[in-house]
Design a protein around this ligand. Structure first.
Ligand SMILES: Nc1ncnc2c1ncn2[C@@H]1O[C@H](COP(=O)(O)OP(=O)(O)OP(=O)(O)O)[C@@H](O)[C@H]1O
Ligand SMILES: [Mg+2]
Length: 276
């Protein structure tokens, strides 16, 4: 068995991979990379009754992975580049062999992946961290479930300047409800729920439009959304409106939060040994 550990900017994820399949998964948080990785390792092993002797090797990736050495508790360890891990994990979880991936974590990375070629197309600092960071100053809550609860009752028309606010007709293919300027209206009567809605709308519009341009530049019409930000009902609504406008579909594979860790574990091809 191979373990994949993704030391993300915010969360560390660990998975076990056997015969090319994702078997167990856990996530944890810690202040520093070493505690995070060893903690995730311990949690995965203890909670799932994994025997140390069954672990062939550990593959580490993510922002914090450079802090770790060639062995963890006597088990051989090595690093894989995060973009490669996201590409491998995204192809595996989506079951598709030529895709655009929008990995929405603390920030957002956009990747084109196909067999034999994984390319980092670019990305944006706008991700889950942006929503939470702004929430700290703008809202009475900053945990994600609190932001979502507030946003559920929010009204975008209180904060965003919409096309219908500034013109009577459509603008090319855009209808009146389209955002002309995120937070460009911000009425004095805007309530925290409206602002929460506006924050999520802004983040997912940026993520969605970057993804659309990436997909179109590669003649693809599908984007696989991964990372913790893939599991956000309001974000999905925003992205579905973008699908309606641009014809690019967004897909949310199961276990998308574990894409990077899974890709690390799967970067050793099924059937070949860790050392090769
Ligand atoms: N329901 C949610 N919807 C969207 N974002 C969320 C949700 N819950 C948590 N987040 C955000 O997800 C981010 C963490 O996601 P993830 O674990 O994929 O990132 P990471 O791997 O730690 O970061 P990165 O990949 O950018 O290094 C945090 O910034 C958090 O604010
Ligand atoms: Mg990540």
């Amino acid at each position: 068995m191979i373990l994949g550990i993704d030391i993300g900017t915010t969360t560390t994820k660990a998975v076990s991979v056997e015969n090319g399949k994702l078997v167990k998964k856990i996530k944890t948080r810690a202040a520093d990379a070493v505690t995070s990785a060893t903690g995730a390792f311990g949690k995965l092993v203890l909670e799932n009754g994994i025997r140390m002797s069954d672990i062939e090797g550990i593959i580490i990736t993510g922002a914090g992975s450079s802090k770790l050495g060639k062995e963890i508790f006597g088990i051989p360890a090595r690093r894989v580049d995060e973009i490669t891990a996201i590409g491998i994990g995204g192809m595996f979880l989506s079951g598709k062999d030529h895709i655009i991936i929008a990995n929405v974590g603390t920030g957002t990375a956009i990747i084109e992946a196909e067999e034999g070629s994984i390319v980092h197309l670019g990305g944006s600092g706008v991700g889950g961290g942006t929503v939470q960071g702004l929430a700290k100053k703008l809202l009475p809550v900053s945990d994600f479930s609190g932001i979502m609860a507030l946003a559920a009752g929010g009204n975008l028309k209180q904060v965003d300047l919409l096309l219908e606010d500034i013109m009577d007709t459509r603008l090319s293919f855009l209808d009146g409800e389209t955002t002309a300027s995120n937070f460009g209206k911000m009425l004095d009567s805007a309530a925290p729920g409206d602002i929460a809605r506006g924050l999520l709308n802004m983040a997912y519009q940026v993520i969605g439009m970057l993804s659309v341009f990436a997909a179109k530049s590669k003649n693809l019409d599908r984007v696989i959304v991964t990372g913790r930000g893939s599991n956000n009902p309001i974000g999905k609504q925003v992205l579905s409106v973008i699908t309606g406008m641009y014809g690019v579909e967004f897909e949310y594979p199961p276990d998308a939060e574990y894409t990077t860790a899974a890709g690390a574990g799967l970067s050793v091809k099924a059937g070949s040994s860790f050392a090769s």
